[in-house]
Write a protein that binds this ligand. Structure first.
Ligand code: PRP
Length: 218
């Protein structure tokens, strides 16, 4: 048997929204991922298997060829870079915005700002492009707490409904990028395993269209 094609999935909210696409594409896992502690799953397509990772690790696995294909948020690609990866398909799921946020009304003329984020590379690039000197503080979660505790003046974070910011007395301030989940492919694998990868891309592209059509019919 030839080696299976490996697709690295991002666990959490993205995984929940990826499963219907995999199902429509004939790539469903043969076991229930949610009720298992396993990290590797066979699919109904005998040549394709899935691995379940943190989003921040998906670009690394695909770049090194440990996985051939990945499903990952654009935020992770902007933060960790997309060298060695093709990005052939926007899956259109987990849409949100990458924003700066803080207490509105406080952003008068700034020359120096303390910024807390898990997206330190994006934050550094963004403030530098604005000519604002930023002291970037790396956090791993609960970014909204940082301005409340006076650890930072602003945060750079994902905003979806805006509820988390509102609940903590803050507002979105500046838009940095629109985010959605992307399919990425290892560049070398795209050449050496072109047939099966093209099949997966086309099946997922059809699944995305099918789900868009279903949504617009509602
Ligand atoms: C993200 C983000 C915000 C929240 C925004 O966190 O960091 O906290 O969602 O969503 P909202 O605008 O709809 O309130 P997530 O729940 O993904 O968890 P994380 O802290 O692990 O990133």
């Amino acid at each position: 048997m030839t080696q299976q094609l490996t697709i690295a999935l991002t666990k959490g909210r993205i995984l929940q929204q990826t499963l219907p696409l995999l199902k429509a594409a004939g790539l469903s896992p043969v076991e229930d991922i949610a009720s298992s502690r396993k990290l590797i799953f066979n699919t109904e397509h005998s040549d394709v298997r899935l691995v379940i990772l943190r989003g921040s690790d998906v670009p690394t696995y695909v770049r090194h060829g440990a996985a051939d294909v990945g499903v990952v948020g654009k935020d992770m690609l902007l933060e960790f870079g997309a060298d060695g990866l093709y990005e052939p398909l926007d899956l259109g799921i987990a849409r949100c915005r990458l924003m700066t946020a803080g207490f509105s009304g406080r952003e008068s003329v700034r020359t120096r700002v303390r910024v807390a984020s898990k997206f330190v590379n994006i934050a550094r690039r963004y403030y530098s492009s604005k000519g604002v000197q930023a002291d970037i503080i790396k956090l791993y979660g609960a970014m909204e707490l940082a301005p409340l505790m006076d650890l930072a003046d602003e945060i750079v974070d994902i905003v979806d409904t805006g509820n988390t910011l509102r609940a903590n007395g803050m507002s979105p301030l500046e838009h940095i990028a629109d985010i959605s989940t992307r399919l990425v492919v290892n560049k070398a694998a795209m050449r050496t395993r072109h047939g099966v990868i093209q099949e997966v891309i086309e099946a997922l592209a059809r699944a995305v269209e099918q789900i868009v059509d279903q949504d617009s019919a509602l």
